[in-house]
Design a binder for this molecule. Structure first.
Ligand code: NAD
Length: 364
């Protein structure tokens, strides 16, 4: 029997609908060539959710996401909604989706396509051939810890505070994802913490070491976050998989994205035990929305991650990566990755070219 999957499609705001439209072309080609039925359930989130239902994450949209086999998200946000009360801001949709679907592991690959090695701000020899994976804990740590807030003391002075808390099960489950990810790559995990100063990340280190006992084929080392930030720009190729806390991962994965040339190139996967969501790491880019100039490749590559992680089809991911690489090798570039002598194309043409390159790669 031919496979059938339901994919919740949440285009969001700004360039979100534009890049998601190109990703849908990829799904259509896969559908027709593989005989796989994709039921695409589209729903508004972010500013679009607020406009449609008065909330950035309307209950119906959350239900659609939870019932799907996988979620594809564009991006949310825009100046139109910046003055709204915090709980109505488009970005609340992201935190809501992550928390409600328990997406505790965020995988962000930073891979340099050979044709783009010269597009990074770092020297060619530092980034050429780079392929690292940042595994970030996504629903714990200081972003969610209680107590939190701002209080005024008896002296009339204000005090702001947040709590960095990690439990053993939270650390254990993200460590397992990191070791299992490394097993499918180069068998090396670097755990990043601040164990010399923060007790909670001292526990992080202890638990990662305990979990490592179950993965004897994978090597493990530890790095303090300040050193990791430095090593990422000094010699990034020393890393294979980096596993770290929510806040450290937030910062280090943005740093790692710059190694690849453009934020428009980087996909991501957010995984839980029952649900998974795939999205480009960039935002809604209101400055370029509606102009057919956004780079759709991060979203197209996110579809590849969906096949690898949700549908156990690493081969489909490789075909998609191969098609993207071929289009870049042929010299086609959106504005963000444009360089001298290359052929500038818009969002739609880039999507069409990847789709055309993908078709002959598909093996039934
Ligand atoms: P951004 O990622 O939207 O844009 C940063 C810069 O990168 C801009 O100059 C933009 O034009 C460019 N850029 C981003 N994606 C691109 C692409 N695919 N192709 C070409 N250029 C691209 O970040 P920002 O400007 O800080 O935020 C804009 C809005 O997006 C805000 O409302 C913010 O809250 C929201 N945001 C959403 C997400 C998300 O949905 N996951 C992530 C980050 C920011």
């Amino acid at each position: 029997m031919n496979p059938e999957s339901t994919i919740a499609v949440l285009p969001g705001d700004g360039i979100g609908p534009e890049v998601v439209r190109e990703a849908k072309k990829i799904l259509q080609i896969l559908e027709s060539r593989l005989g796989w039925t994709f039921r695409l359930a589209e729903a508004p989130v972010g500013g679009a959710g607020f406009e449609a239902a008065g909330h950035p994450l309307p209950p119906e949209s959350l239900k659609t996401a939870k019932e799907a086999d996988a979620v594809l998200l564009g991006a949310v946000g825009g100046p139109k909604w910046d003055k709204l009360e915090f709980r109505f801001r488009p970005e609340r949709a992201l935190l809501g989706l992550r928390k409600e679907m328990e997406l505790f592991a965020n995988l962000r690959p930073a891979k340099v396509f050979p044709a783009l090695a010269g597009a990074s701000t770092l020297k060619l020899e530092v980034v050429e051939g780079l392929d690292i994976m940042v595994v970030r804990e996504l629903i714990g740590g200081i972003y969610f810890g209680e107590p939190r807030g701002v209080e005024t003391g008896p002296d009339g002075k204000r005090k702001g505070f947040n709590t960095l808390v990690y439990t053993e099960p939270e650390i254990e489950r993200i460590a397992r994802i990191a070791f299992e990810t490394a097993q499918k790559r180069n068998n090396k995990v670097t755990s990043v913490d601040k164990a010399n100063v923060l007790e909670s990340t001292g526990l992080w280190r202890e638990v990662v070491i305990e979990v490592h006992a179950d993965y004897p084929g994978v090597s493990l080392d530890h790095m303090y976050v300040d050193n990791a930030a430095m090593q990422l720009v000094r010699a990034p190729k020393q890393f294979d998989v980096i596993v770290t806390t929510n806040m450290f991962g937030d910062i280090l994965s943005d740093e790692a994205s710059m190694l690849t040339g453009s934020i428009g190139m980087l996909p991501s996967a957010s995984l839980g035990t029952r649900h998974a969501m795939y999205e480009p790491i960039h935002g809604s880019a209101p400055d370029i929305a509606g102009k057919d100039i956004a780079n759709p490749l991060a979203t197209i590559l996110s579809v590849g991650m969906m096949f690898k992680h949700s549908f156990n089809r690493g081969d489909v991911n490789e075909w998609i990566e191969g098609a993207v690489g071929a289009v870049l090798d042929a010299g086609y570039r959106t504005g963000d990755i444009m360089s001298k002598g290359m052929k500038r194309v818009g969002t739609v043409e880039m999507g069409d070219r990847v789709a055309a390159e993908l078709e002959p790669r598909i093996q039934c």
